[in-house]
Design a protein around this ligand. Structure first.
Ligand SMILES: Cc1cc2nc3c(=O)[nH]c(=O)nc-3n(C[C@H](O)[C@H](O)[C@H](O)COP(=O)(O)OP(=O)(O)OC[C@H]3O[C@@H](n4cnc5c(N)ncnc54)[C@H](O)[C@@H]3O)c2cc1C
Ligand code: SF4
Length: 433
């Protein structure tokens, strides 16, 4: 996997290998039409799951809450439950290592900001807590798992966990050694240019950035007021709220990977357990962070129940509609929005999705929101590329701010255009359909 000119990771190989429909690649690539889909994989791994739901897949139980013991919650992006469960797997001796995404020191020959690594202690795991909305790849950790015997857990976003499941089907060593998969809910993935753009807007060059925290924890503010912080090579820090940044509205889709337009798994349906943020009140107002969890593996459910019993974690059981409501925007974009995008003509490979192409009953304004999001994703890569080439950040920033204004009027009825759309009776703004 190598970075392309837009800061996205792409598989690299000769034309024959990439086009070969019979080889390993089409069987293990999570986007391949010939690979097993999420339903088929979930049926294989959770054949007797207690609950089956169209949006959440198969699962045993769901919870909302946070880690209570130690610093898991304070160190985590949300309620710290991902690191707590991973640390518990290590503590109980159920795994020897946990593969997850940690900060890389970009000062050496490897200038990546983040990479997958394997942590073998609770301290190392905690040092790697936090969400990284940044492209990474798994080839190094697969090599390690193949060469170093032991049992492993892997943390990943839904398409990565699907890739792990497909790789295990193709490789008996991975299958034997990967004992647990911990999924993260996913809205979409950003390109590496998002970090560069944040640096530009904080008056810095990305090459002077040593560390990036996409979500600084500010317990005194609502959890959904994201604040990004850069730590520079000279030790100084710079931080800004995402809302102040030209491309900081997550829902507008700046720098989104094109594959995410054709993804229908929000909650890591093939993972043994999946974690997200509880994006609904009163939880989203609590800056300390709160998780939602979907537990699919009976073994992990026992570990969760044990933690609850001894008050090491503070969780309450919730039902499927509760979990779905915490990800309302994500499900709209990847169910209704995906159905609409699938009606568009496509000349290249046609993705095989569980969602059926449909636009019937969709209001004009909703179609415009989906189309605008798609256009913002597509053009943000290209305009940033040009601005970078010309060393002219203003070119990208003026474009991004104009796009954001149009998007906000369409999606949230902001500004004169938004008010006009409302007066014309154009319903379908975000959250009002
Ligand atoms: C690209 C992306 C999009 C997301 N979109 C949503 C969303 O739409 N809705 C939602 O509710 N939640 C989303 N999440 C999940 C959310 O950001 C939190 O990660 C989750 O709630 C867990 O929080 P925590 O405090 O329990 O985790 P922590 O205790 O902070 O631990 C997080 C763990 O995940 C690992 N990790 C971080 N980034 C990655 C990555 N890219 N790939 C693999 N492992 C990683 C870390 O190394 C760490 O071990 C997204 C996460 C990512 C990476
Ligand atoms: S939206 Fe889907 S395809 Fe995109 S990064 Fe998330 S899981 Fe992968």
């Amino acid at each position: 996997m190598t970075f392309d000119r837009y800061g996205q990771l792409k598989p690299r190989g000769n034309h024959r290998w990439l086009q070969d429909r019979e080889g390993d690649f089409p069987r293990i690539c999570p986007f391949s039409p010939s690979a097993k889909n999420e339903d088929e994989l979930a049926e294989r791994h959770f054949p007797v799951a207690r609950i089956r739901n169209d949006m959440l897949g198969r699962f045993e139980a769901a919870f909302v809450g946070h880690a209570d013991e130690g610093e898991f919650r304070a160190n985590g992006s949300s309620g710290g439950m991902v690191t707590w469960v991973a640390a518990e797997l290590l503590r109980l001796g159920l795994v020897d290592g946990v593969a997850h995404v940690t900060a890389n020191d970009p000062t050496g020959s490897d200038d990546r900001l983040f990479r997958y690594t394997i942590s073998r202690s609770s301290d190392a795991l905690s040092a790697g807590a936090k969400s990284r909305y940044h492209p990474v790849e798994m080839s190094e950790i697969f090599d390690t798992i193949r060469h170093v015997p032991g049992r492993y857990a892997i943390i990943g976003i839904p398409c990565f966990i699907k890739a792990v499941r497909l790789s295990c089907l193709a490789d008996p060593i991975l299958n034997e050694r990967i004992a647990f998969t911990l999924g993260l809910f996913c809205g979409h993935m950003k390109s590496a240019r998002m970090a560069e753009s944040f640096a530009w807007q904080m008056g810095q060059d990305i090459h002077d950035v040593e560390r990036l925290d996409y979500r600084m924890k500010c317990p005194e503010r609502p959890a959904n007021w994201y604040r990004a912080q850069l730590t520079l090579r000279n030790g100084d820090t710079r931080s800004r709220d995402w809302w102040d940044l030209a491309d900081g509205d997550w829902g507008a889709g700046f720098f989104q990977n094109a594959a995410c337009n054709f993804c229908d798994d929000v909650v890591a349906e093939t993972a043994d357990i999946a974690f997200g943020d509880a994006w609904r009140e009163p939880y989203s107002a609590d800056g300390r962070g709160t998780n939602v969890l979907v537990v699919r593996s009976p073994e992990l459910l026992e570990i969760i129940r044990g933690g609850m019993e001894f008050k090491r974690i503070e969780l309450s059981a919730v039902d499927a509609p509760f979990v779905i409501s915490t990800q309302a925007a994500g499900f709209r974009q990847r169910r209704q929005g995906l159905a609409f995008r699938l009606t568009w003509p496509r000349w290249r490979l046609r993705p095989r999705k569980r969602v059926i192409a449909a636009r019937r009953g969709l209001r004009a304004r909703r179609m415009m929101i989906y189309a605008m999001r798609y256009a913002i994703s597509l053009w943000s890569h290209r305009v940033f590329w040009l601005a970078r080439l010309l060393r002219w950040p203003g070119l990208y920033l003026v474009w991004a701010r104009s796009m954001l204004t149009c998007y906000h009027s369409l999606a949230y009825s902001r500004g004169a255009l938004g008010r006009m759309l409302d007066r014309l009776g154009a319903s379908g703004a975000e959250g009002h359909d």
